[in-house]
Design a protein around this ligand. Structure first.
Ligand SMILES: [Zn+2]
Length: 187
């Protein structure tokens, strides 16, 4: 039976989010379908007496633009999206951790460096083939550690504003642009 939502046009991010939805209803175990409800296509339980709706939210990520001696810390990615390109250390928030802790933890895991988070740079919205997300980007500085790659990085480096590698993400490009224009918050 065709799912009613398939007739509607969806953005790439919306379609990706729906694909990550439940196959079976967690409340009554009936099949979940794509159906317009509350103003957009959502994963909805097919049982008319249950009507469970799965609200699929953007993922929340945090990253740090960590500076040392006028250069910024970046890691080269081993995972899609942006495999082989560079980005600031960052990743998905875990339950029980603040976004500042996420950024510092991801920095430690991906680069080997300890950072002190000092300021918020901006909050970015992004979309990719996985769905949509919110990136909370901090400024920080390196306070210790040694370069060490992690599960999703295979190189660690510091780069000047005129000496940048191939960047993986628009959000990182936007923050770099602020840096090059002298518009980053102080500290
Ligand atoms: Zn159900």
């Amino acid at each position: 039976m065709p799912e009613s939502g398939e007739e509607l046009s969806l953005s790439v991010a919306e379609a990706a989010s729906l694909r990550q939805g439940f196959t079976y209803c967690p409340r009554c175990r009936a099949a979940m379908v794509n159906r317009p409800v509350y103003g957009r296509v959502r994963r909805v339980c097919s049982d008319p007496t249950c009507k469970f709706v799965q609200f699929i939210d953007p993922k929340v990520t945090a990253a740090v633009m960590a500076l040392k001696d006028g250069r910024v810390l970046m890691v080269r990615r081993t995972m899609a999206p942006g495999r082989g390109q560079w980005c600031f250390p960052g990743g998905f928030m875990e339950i029980g951790e603040t976004p500042q802790q996420t950024a510092a933890r991801e920095c430690r895991e991906e680069s080997g460096y300890e950072v002190e988070i000092t300021r918020l740079i901006d909050v970015f919205y992004y979309e990719d083939y996985r769905g949509s997300g919110v990136l909370i980007m901090y400024k920080g500085h390196v306070i210790g550690g040694q370069p060490q790659t992690g599960d999703d990085s295979d190189q660690v480096g510091f780069f000047g504003p005129d000496d940048l590698p191939d960047l993986a993400f628009d959000t990182n490009r936007q923050a770099i642009a602020l840096w090059q224009e002298g518009k980053l918050p102080d500290e």
